[in-house]
Design a protein around this ligand. Structure first.
Ligand code: NDP
Ligand code: 8X3
Length: 251
């Protein structure tokens, strides 16, 4: 029987690429996001390959999250794989001048949103004693960089929560994985810099990771045999050595 995956943030970037990768392998999909027209276009593209259901909710809204996930059609009720991917950086400012709205957005979406979605999905996994949760962390969850303060804090929290999940869900045989990319060319910088043209310079002068590179690593993790759990992957493009060293002397 085909597995079903719920992917948050499936309207763009890493989540969207993961939806395409999973569809190639016949995994049924529950695709989540807030931009309805994007949800519809991904559904249209992928429903030729697999069964797709879309859910439009904001992960910051605990009640909307629980309602949406509880009310999926019967054919999608068993969620085997949860990809907690929705998230962004908002702003890149020193701590002394950072915006409280940006801080709220990052903690509410990247941390609390991940918890709300997990809370809605985990009970059925513990009941069945099976499942796989993949949290999209970041190299920013392993290393703090200048002006990264709260975004890095949110991703450090994602990694701590991932480890906590792996411990608490161990008796239930549930796999828990963190995938931690460095720079990936998505809409991430457009969101971080609020559509300022500076976003266009972030991926210039080198070849950044592409969302499909992360999607392949995610599929690798979910396609291991039952006794293998990929606990943690840190991925950089070749030009990136760590959070602050990127060789931008290419084209
Ligand atoms: P994108 O901006 O391309 O995608 C972000 C996704 O998150 C969108 O689908 C968006 O959907 C969704 N999202 C954002 N806010 C909310 C919300 N409040 N409720 C529901 N969905 C939301 O960025 P990426 O693909 O790059 O980011 C995906 C994840 O990868 C994030 O967790 C990010 O921190 C992480 N990451 C990114 C890296 C990068 O360099 N790009 C590197 C390391 C980690 P919609 O707007 O339709 O709701
Ligand atoms: C995204 C990568 O370096 O912009 O998590 O924080 S970085």
């Amino acid at each position: 029987m085909s597995k079903t995956a719920l992917i948050t943030g499936a309207t763009s970037g890493i989540g969207r690429a993961t939806a395409f990768e999973f569809a190639k392998h016949g995994i049924n999909l529950i695709l989540c996001g807030r931009r309805q027209e994007r949800l519809e276009s991904v559904e249209k593209a992928l429903s030729k390959l697999t069964d797709v259901h879309t859910l439009n909710f904001d992960v910051r809204d605990n009640i909307a999250t629980l309602n949406a996930i509880s009310n999926v059609p019967d054919a999608f009720k068993q969620i085997d794989i949860l990809i907690n991917n929705a998230g962004n950086a908002h702003g890149l400012d020193p701590i002394q001048t950072g915006s409280i709205d940006d801080w709220d957005a990052m903690m509410d979406i990247n941390v609390k949103g991940l918890l709300y979605v997990s809370k809605a999905v985990i009970p059925q996994m513990t009941n069945r004693k099976s499942g796989h949760i993949i949290n999209i962390g970041s190299s920013a969850g392993k290393e703090v960089y200048p002006k990264g303060n709260v975004y890095c804090g949110s991703k450090h929290a994602v990694l701590a929560i991932t480890e906590g999940m792996r411990i608490d869900l161990n008796p239930f045989g549930i796999k828990v994985t963190a995938i931690n990319p460095g720079l990936v060319e998505t809409e991430f910088s457009k969101v971080r810099f609020k559509n300022d043209p500076i976003a266009d310079t972030v991926y210039k002068g080198y070849k950044a990771l592409q969302p499909e590179d992360i999607a392949e690593a995610i599929y690798f993790a979910v396609s291991r045999p039952p006794h293998v759990n990929i606990a943690d992957i840190l991925m950089f493009c070749t030009a990136q050595a760590n959070s602050t060293i990127v060789n931008k002397t290419g084209n």
